[in-house]
Design a protein around this ligand. Structure first.
Ligand SMILES: [Fe+2]
Ligand SMILES: [Fe+2]
Length: 183
């Protein structure tokens, strides 16, 4: 039976692995951009990957599948609960938007590399801290509250609808491009 053996948290931790790699590549790509060794369009493709993968796919699975299930079983929304995590998702979305707008301006010869660096640094710092908190605390609690197989189908549907596999292929291409530019 599909998903019977897996826990929904396992797929979310797998997503975190890709997101953390993408943060490293984003930092590297912004450095190369500042040195004039990578065009803004490549950094923008990376930001769009994070928009589609981290926000569109991964945060959607947390907000639509895992968090409501935890909340229904008594995990608090407010004090020390899920509110902080969903707020982080919103702030991350805002920072990525800002990053993309600044990169588009750079392509038109108007933007500021310093502002690109600022948006990227705040995004990277926020998401690393957020993932640490989820991995070490929230997901441990999720394993106690949610049974194996539960919500796995829902998460899989979101993966398919958001093109998770295609997005990961795009990420590998981007990572190679940035590595080549870095020499
Ligand atoms: Fe999250
Ligand atoms: Fe997460």
């Amino acid at each position: 039976m599909e998903g019977f053996e897996t826990h929904v948290v396992d797929s979310l931790i797998d997503d975190h692995r890709y997101i953390l790699q993408a943060l490293d590549v984003l930092e590297e790509s912004v450095e190369l951009l500042a040195q004039g060794r990578l065009p803004p369009s490549t950094v923008a493709r990376l930001a769009r990957f994070l928009e589609e993968f981290a926000d569109g796919c991964h945060h959607a699975k947390e907000e639509a599948a895992l968090f409501p299930c935890m909340e229904a079983r008594g995990h608090p929304f407010r004090e020390g609960g899920l509110k902080r995590l969903t707020c982080d998702h919103g702030v991350a979305r805002y920072l990525l938007r800002g990053l993309l707008l600044e990169l588009e301006k750079l392509e038109r010869g108007e933007g500021s590399v310093e502002r690109v660096k600022g948006y990227a640094a705040r995004y990277v710092e926020l998401i690393r801290r957020h993932i640490d908190y989820e991995d070490l605390e929230v997901f441990e609690e999720a394993r106690r509250l949610v049974a194996h197989g539960e919500m796995v189908g829902e998460a899989g549907r979101i993966d398919r609808e958001t093109g998770r596999d295609r997005l990961i292929d795009e990420f590998y291409r981007l990572r190679d491009e940035v590595e080549r530019a870095g020499g």
